[in-house]
Write a protein that binds this ligand. Structure first.
Ligand code: ING
Length: 307
């Protein structure tokens, strides 16, 4: 009997800098209920799904932006989402800025099972952008000012009848992200992203934003025999045009569902986790074909080291 998991990508349109969490949670509830109506087991929300993408602005003190972080999950504002999901017996993944009791700041992703239990809290590994204000930019990308790199790395957890992993935004651009989870037998990777269409360090890449977005997730899915669900917060958010084009990608690398708007939109696919074996046990039979004995160069140095 195949292990089918019906998964929704719950894409979000813009969230305003002063939007109340309660109002945002109402939008999440509409998408959650729509997913339940479609028979979904899991609804995947984007990165930073409770607030605007605040790293686009500089603040003199990081603490000035504490109100964009969650100090508890769920909080009073987010508890309705947790309660409704448990009532509907639908699991979900929620992106948010996390401020821990001991003062650490992470770009986090909470995976919740259908019974309301927490599967895991993933923290973003690759933090892009810059560490200090660069006033010449049309907008900032100060993730390295507002967030720390995860100390935990990537995990794969038993959930939804299979092996589930997570990544956030820039993580999806690095092949190591998928291979580390691929080596742990991942069958479904959930990814949330907030990606501006303008890349200040090299604007020639702007026209390729959509291509690069799908390229990396399709490659990661195919090369590791896993489903990948990539979910955007898109549209023009506080004056910044952000990529939408959420997708659900099969282990073959094929896109099986894609968003067609830049707003709140649900995309759904029945993901047969047994389909992963079609690739894991043939072309990408790691045990039989991989050559880690000649791969040392990709794990030891951090940067390039011409031989
Ligand atoms: N965003 C980006 C990403 O990797 C980025 C980094 C910024 C890319 C601007 C392109 C343009 O998709 C996040 N949040 O990691």
């Amino acid at each position: 009997m195949s292990r089918i998991v019906t998964v929704a990508g719950a894409q979000l349109g813009p969230i305003g800098r002063n939007d109340a969490r309660e109002d945002v949670v109402e939008r999440l509830l509409v998408l959650l209920r729509h997913g339940a109506d479609r028979g979904c087991d899991l609804v995947v929300f984007p990165e930073l799904a409770l607030t605007t993408f605040f790293p686009r602005w500089h603040s003199e003190r990081v603490g000035e932006f504490d109100h964009y972080y969650e100090t508890e999950m769920p909080s009073a504002a987010t508890k309705p989402l947790f309660d409704e999901a448990q009532r509907l017996e639908v699991g979900f993944v929620l992106g948010y800025a996390e401020l821990t009791p001991d003062g650490h700041r992470y770009n986090s992703y909470r995976i919740v099972e259908r019974d309301g239990s927490t599967v895991a809290t993933f923290r973003k590994v690759h933090i892009p952008g810059h560490e200090s204000n660069e006033p010449d930019r049309p907008f900032q990308h100060l993730e390295r000012y507002y967030f720390e790199e995860s100390p935990d790395g990537f995990g794969v957890w038993e959930a939804f009848g299979g092996r589930v992993g997570a990544a956030i935004c820039n993580d999806r651009r690095w092949p190591e992200t998928y291979r580390v989870m691929g080596l742990a037998g991942v069958e479904l990777i959930v990814i949330g992203y907030n990606t501006p269409l303008h890349y200040a360090p090299d604007p020639t890449q702007n026209a390729l934003a959509g291509f690069h977005n799908h390229l990396v997730m399709q490659s990661g899915a195919y090369q590791n025999g896993t489903w990948v669900v990539g979910v955007a917060k898109g549209g023009n958010e506080e004056g910044v045009d952000s990529l939408a084009q959420s997708v659900i990608v099969a282990p073959s690398g094929q896109i099986v569902a894609q968003a067609i708007t830049t707003g709140d939109e649900l995309i759904v696919a029945e993901c047969d986790l047994d389909f992963c074996a079609t690739y894991k046990q043939t072309l990408f039979d790691f045990e039989r074909y991989r050559r880690p004995d000649v791969y040392h160069a990709i794990t030891e140095p951090k940067g390039r080291s011409p031989t």
